[in-house]
Design a protein around this ligand. Structure first.
Ligand code: URA
Length: 261
């Protein structure tokens, strides 16, 4: 049975072997978790045999892997770009409501680039897209605590007490969510503008944290992601990361910068 043969091959025994769900992520097919779902769902074949067991290892150099019958290849060239996401685009790869997707803004690129994490439909700012599954996985993993900074417009006058609560941590989903840094850029009776840095990426995290201290978000723009800054990139425009940016990003999550820059 192919699964038993493959399972017996544990990654520790040969540096060339890799777990199937990691290989799928590295090939840009899906996140590791989604890769596991594809495997469990019987959609992945290795050397012509369906594999449904998790933990199976393959030799990426020789195994013929398919998903839904389509061959899976590792990208020949790792590429990561920065997009200034405009409002009115979804960051998912498919949208049941047929809304515009951020990937529409990068049409005609030879690589299959997918967004690293998400930004809400109405949010704007710095979004990374890549075909580097390992880099994406680490940047999104809570263990690496990558900082993200948002410029946020809220309704009403933002007060010190609200700021202090955010810095101390507010409860979201039964556990604390903390602002690491907070700056008030403008404070007015109608609206205020703040900059807030967090090191997690929970669903609607910034909006929900502000809601917890009594403020509704009118605008949300991500201006920094780890060591990267959005700078003057125009809304809807994108660019490849520079070698220096790639090095800094890889180092921020403990990856070898040499194969990326
Ligand atoms: N927090 C939010 O509420 N929305 C985003 O898009 C990103 C962070």
């Amino acid at each position: 049975m192919v699964e038993e043969k493959l399972k017996a091959a544990l990654p520790g025994k040969s540096p060339a072997l890799e777990r199937l769900h990691k290989f799928l992520a590295r090939a840009g097919v899906a996140s590791r978790r989604r890769g596991e779902e594809l495997i469990r769902g019987g959609r992945v074949q290795v050397d012509g045999q369906v594999v449904t067991t998790l933990g199976v290892c393959i030799d990426p150099a020789t195994a013929k892997v398919t998903v839904d019958g389509q061959p899976v290849h590792l990208p020949a060239r790792l590429r990561t770009v920065m997009l200034h996401k405009p409002a009115g685009y979804v960051t998912t790869m498919a949208d049941p409501q047929g809304r515009r997707q951020v990937t529409d803004l990068l049409a005609d690129q030879p690589e299959r680039l997918f967004p690293i994490g998400r930004l809400d439909y109405d949010a704007t700012g710095l979004l990374l897209l890549t075909n580097d599954g390992e880099l994406a996985h680490r940047l999104m993993h809570p263990r690496y605590k990558v900082a993200k900074t948002y410029r946020v417009t809220v309704a009403g006058r933002f007060d010190q007490a609200a700021g202090a609560k955010l810095l101390a941590g507010v409860a979201l989903d039964g556990r604390p969510a903390v602002a690491e840094r907070l700056r008030v850029l403008q404070s007015g009776a109608e609206r205020s503008v703040i900059e807030m840095t967090i090191r997690e990426g929970r669903y609607h995290q910034v909006k929900r944290m502000l809601r917890q201290v009594g403020f509704s978000v009118q605008r949300l723009k991500r201006i920094a992601y780890g060591p990267l800054r959005l700078g003057r990139l125009a809304p809807g425009a994108w660019r490849d990361l520079s070698p220096e940016e790639l090095t800094a990003l890889a180092q921020a999550v403990g990856l070898d910068p040499n194969i990326r820059a």
